[in-house]
Design a protein around this ligand. Structure first.
Ligand code: SF4
Length: 696
């Protein structure tokens, strides 16, 4: 006998999403992904549009924050949904057409539609389905449940669709006759208010369980009653005074007041119970939010005054969080073989590219070997999330690329080569060739002179417009993922701040380099690697490729400098001994990375001094900032005897570092050492796998 509120149906949700999409769009050439994605996830849109699921996936993986109209209009339904509208009347027409399309498509289909916007539900549903596929009886059961669900929800959906259609049509009739002058925002608010309706349940009154509101029980007698939510505040309802006449005046003139309403509720309640044989009254004793968890005054009255036998039962469910058990992955022969196949260059593995061990991989392994297993062996990835906020990784990438662009442009210009925007980008795409030309020492024609003078950098620092245009280019490429020909959307406040920050960081970099100049650039984003022969147990030897990408390699006097840019984190000191390799304590992954590169460069140029540096660009504005790496002694006696030392030549630390490095690689290939969870719970806070480990 009760109606179902349209507001709680998926039709209302769909309409709300469409209104949000179009009312936000005033005159732009694109929609915002935050409004597009919920529409593409809507089960009814998915059902009726063949391209919706793939389009949603594409937008996520390509981080398309502001997709253009043409990108979205991939089939009939999507073309309609994502056509821009200018007036409320056009939006109304769009909704009416969409309702007809949906209702036709739903009428045609005999497959069940699952409500709910969460794709995970769909996956688990699919998993459930497939895992139980073998059992015919279960399959039939699921099918019949789905049929039942469909039988209940489909008429509800169709009814809600029909009600909404009528309301939109009436509103559009007023708009057509110019009886309403409103903008899209007002239309959105108005329509959502108008849709505060309910859809009647239909059913056979003499069959099954009847669900009724209190009002509908009038004049009816019941044998069995189950009454829910008999809580104080629900029965009688707490009503706000919706009147301009003050309470005292109402009392004085015998007008109806809240006690009158309470009396009516009391009458309905006691009258409904009057001839019943079995009565069960349920109230919720948990006090959450505004609910105080008290039984209704009527219930209390029954218990004290009625003289009837009343049994008070307490129901509660003990909810316990599942205890997490430690995860340990033993290195089975198959897993060992997988490791050799991936990294050992002596192991035959036709048709597969061997991987190299990068500092990031080793840092991950040292921080948590299980994380390494998840990330690099199982290759698990976090689901792409589309966000209008730039994450630190993207911010860092933009800074790195913009810095590379600046110096490629400068070198091309200084060497009298063509240096248009396209030429610079082409050199960046072909950075290996560019770096090789910088490394050439003789006067051959291919040689690029990498010498940078302070004067080269002075004007660049003040050219804010130029620096901003570089940042714009890489924001378009890395953050907005624009394709060629697509225009940059208007930045929101946060994006404007990030652009300013990136421009500022570029200026700081130029300033530091101006102070450091003159120097000779030897490489930008230089791939550096070497092979290591490693003896394992049982006379087995493996050949590993180790290395990564150095942000910048330059030379001043006789010192080669390895410079790694960082846009986050803190400058830390490293211990002279092996604490860079101890996973059970705080260790600096940044220093580990730079030392690893320094070791490779030192092996390549044994006579040169190799100086690793970490440039924390966000800290570089401090007057006493230095990018030097400082090592200290963790052994107390040694620490007393010697002072901290700036690493000016990595040669002094190289042997200690390499010994420890080999130990780590041997441990990785040790079948007795399982991949296990870190004991440093702090590291789990931001780990992508903390849900698997139950350490979130
Ligand atoms: S959550 Fe913690 S234990 Fe689990 S993989 Fe991540 S870092 Fe390791």
């Amino acid at each position: 006998t009760m109606g179902y509120p349209v507001k709680q149906t998926s039709v209302y949700n769909l309409i709300r999403q469409i209104l949000l999409l179009h009312s936000d769009n005033g005159g732009k050439k694109h929609f915002r992904a935050r409004y597009v994605l919920p529409l593409l996830q809507n089960p009814y849109i998915r059902k009726c549009s063949p391209g919706a699921a793939a389009l949603e996936k594409d937008l996520r993986t390509q981080n398309r924050l502001y997709p253009e109209y043409s990108e979205l209009q991939q089939d009939e339904l999507l073309s309609l949904l994502f056509s821009p509208v200018k007036t409320p009347y056009e939006l109304g027409e769009l909704l009416l057409k969409l309702f007809s399309l949906l209702s036709q498509a739903i009428d045609r289909t005999d497959e069940p539609i699952r409500d709910g916007d969460d794709p995970i539900n769909e996956t688990s549903h699919a998993n459930n389905k497939s895992s139980e596929a073998g059992d015919e009886r279960d399959k039939e059961k699921i099918q019949s449940q789905e049929d039942d669900n469909n039988a209940v929800y489909l008429p509800l959906f169709q009814e809600a669709l029909f009600k909404s259609y009528t309301q939109v049509q009436r509103l559009n009739a007023l708009l057509k006759k110019d009886l309403l002058e409103i903008n899209l925002q007002t239309y959105k608010k108005l329509l959502l208010q108008i849709l505060d309706l309910s859809v009647p349940f239909s059913g056979e009154p003499l069959k099954g369980l009847q669900i009724m509101g209190l009002l509908e029980t009038r004049c009816l007698d019941f044998k069995n009653i189950l009454m829910l939510s008999v809580n104080e505040g629900q029965l009688p309802k707490n009503r706000a005074e919706n009147s301009f006449i003050p309470y005292n005046l109402r009392r004085a003139f015998n007008l109806s007041g809240p006690e009158h309403q309470d009396a009516i509720s009391a009458y309905y309640f006691f009258r409904a119970l009057q001839r019943a044989g079995n009565i069960t009254l349920v109230y919720n004793s948990s006090s959450e939010g505004l609910s105080r968890g008290e039984m209704s005054r009527y219930m209390l009255q029954l218990m004290i005054e009625s003289g009837q036998p009343v049994e008070l039962l307490h129901l509660s469910s003990q909810i316990k969080a599942l205890e997490s058990s430690p995860i340990l992955i033993s290195k089975t022969p198959a897993l060992m073989q997988q490791l050799y196949d991936m990294y050992d260059h002596t192991a035959p593995n036709p048709g597969s590219n061997k991987h190299y061990l990068s500092p990031s991989m080793l840092n991950t392994y040292l921080d948590c070997s299980l994380k390494y297993y998840f990330q690099y062996i199982l290759k698990l990835k976090k689901e792409e999330e589309l966000s209008e906020q730039m994450d630190p990784l993207c911010f860092g990438t933009i800074f790195h690329e913009a810095a590379q662009y600046l110096y490629v442009a400068l070198i091309l210009k200084k060497n009298g080569l063509r240096h248009s925007h396209q030429d610079i980008l082409a050199s960046m795409d072909n950075i290996r060739t560019f770096n090789r030309a910088l490394e050439i020492q003789d006067s051959s024609a291919d040689r690029l002179n990498g010498r940078i003078e302070a004067a080269d950098l002075k004007d660049l620092q003040t050219n804010t417009a130029y620096l901003e245009s570089i940042v714009n280019h890489f924001m378009a490429r890395e953050f907005f993922r624009l394709k060629s020909g697509q225009s940059l959307p208007a930045f929101n406040g946060e994006q404007l701040i990030q652009r300013k920050l990136l421009t500022q960081f570029l200026k700081l970099l130029l300033k530091l380099d101006q102070n450091y100049a003159p120097f000779e650039l030897l490489g930008l984003e230089t791939r550096t690697e070497e092979y290591l022969d490693i003896d394992l147990a049982e006379n087995k030897t493996i050949k590993i490729r180790i290395g990564g990408i150095i942000d910048r390699l330059d030379k001043k006097d006789h010192s080669l400098r390895i410079c790694d840019y960082k846009t986050g984190g803190m400058a830390e000191e490293a211990s002279f001994d092996n604490s860079l390799f101890k996973s059970d304590q705080k260790r600096s992954g940044h220093i580990f990375q730079t030392f690893l590169y320094a070791g490779i460069i030192k092996n390549k140029y044994p006579d040169a001094m190799v100086k690793p540096e970490l440039l924390y660009i966000h800290q570089a504005a401090k007057s006493d900032y230095s990018s030097d790496i400082v090592v200290k002694y963790s052994d107390k006696a040694e620490a007393k005897a010697k002072n901290k030392m700036i690493v000016n030549d990595f040669g002094e630390l190289k042997d200690t570092f390499e010994d420890e490095l080999l130990k780590v690689i041997r441990e990785l290939f040790d079948p007795q050492q399982a991949f296990c969870q870190t004991m440093q719970l702090e590291r789990c806070k931001y780990c992508d796998f903390n849900k698997i480990c139950r350490r979130s």
